[in-house]
Design a protein around this ligand. Structure first.
Ligand SMILES: Nc1ncnc2c1ncn2[C@@H]1O[C@H](COP(=O)(O)OP(=O)(O)O)[C@@H](O)[C@H]1O
Ligand SMILES: [Mg+2]
Length: 279
């Protein structure tokens, strides 16, 4: 059996006296794909930076792909983790061709200095075609649509053959058709196996059936985690997002309805009120 993908225990992170991550324990087993949900500033990106070895926690232990941090060369481990975000698109050289951007994934750098081999170029072209972007291979990154840019960045991450691919708000800013194309692409990657996906989103309807598990982060702490269906069951989600919300499930997707909270018992309601003395 393959090693555990991710094993975080009691992760704490304090910055400028602020507690940004609070006692986060999270384990990803092989074969699972995770969705991560949480409000802006709840610590999603920070937690994933800890998990990918670009940020050192104040406390707790991190083990990725079977290797506890502190016992391995982090640069080596980071190469096995791909990262795609809409923020990343802004750091990319917009005048380079889509193909050059994908090839730059070989060195996990934003620029391409070395001449790629014919085999590497073939592979980059195949990845682009595979992700439905074959037609824009020669186009400048800057003129590609946002949806194409995200797929180009996924192809770039895949150049390094990652075992864990983190998609941090990859759908941000996409219109509906572009979002659905990207989600279908992500689903296909998940179904293929061999690579674990972590998909960060604010939008519950973007969580497809490819995501077996979900983690709900609230102010740096885990509010809920487990099988996606359970985590999205309503009550916890409503209290974390501070809005009454009910999830309807259609065709393997989760659709939020606002103002239709799952019934809560009056006792827990009373407890919640007591915990917030200032309203
Ligand atoms: N380097 C940093 N120094 C201080 N505070 C930070 C730093 N990075 C993030 N934060 C703070 O940590 C909190 C969580 O940020 P982040 O992980 O980016 O949230 P999310 O990705 O869920 O929107 C925010 O309040 C943010 O301002
Ligand atoms: Mg973020």
């Amino acid at each position: 059996m393959r090693e555990t993908i991710l094993d975080l225990k009691n992760i704490r992170l304090v910055r400028d006296g602020r507690r940004i991550l609070r006692d986060v324990t999270w384990r990803i087993a092989p074969g699972e794909h995770w969705a991560m949900i949480g409000a802006n500033g709840s610590g999603k990106t920070t937690l994933l930076r800890v998990a990918s070895g670009t940020l050192w926690p104040t406390g707790g232990t991190v083990s990725v792909l079977g290797h506890p941090f502190g016992t391995v060369d982090l640069r080596e481990l980071r190469r096995r983790i791909g990262w795609v975000s809409s923020a990343l698109a802004e750091t990319i050289h917009r005048n380079q061709s889509a193909l050059a951007i994908v090839l730059s994934g070989l060195r996990a750098s934003a620029a391409l200095y070395d001449q790629p081999t014919a085999a590497q170029t073939d592979r980059a072209e195949a990845l682009l075609a595979d992700l439905g972007c074959g037609a824009v291979a020669a186009s400048r990154f800057g003129v590609c649509s946002l949806g194409e840019q995200q797929k180009i960045l996924i192809a770039r991450a895949m150049m390094a053959d990652p075992e864990l691919l983190i998609l941090d708000e990859a759908c941000a800013g996409l219109d509906l058709p572009a979002r659905e194309h990207l989600l279908a692409t992500i689903d296909a990657l998940a179904a293929r196996g061999g690579m674990t996906l972590v998909f960060v989103t604010h939008h519950i309807e973007e969580i497809t059936s490819a995501f077996s598990h979900a983690l709900l982060l609230d102010d740096g702490a885990v509010a809920a985690q487990g099988p996606t269906e359970t985590v999205l069951a309503g009550e916890v989600l409503s209290s974390v997002l501070k809005i009454p919300i009910r999830i309807d499930r259609h065709d393997g997707r989760y659709w939020p309805r606002i103002g239709a909270a799952a019934p809560t018992d009056s006792k827990s309601e009373a407890r919640n009120t007591k915990q917030r003395p200032n309203g």
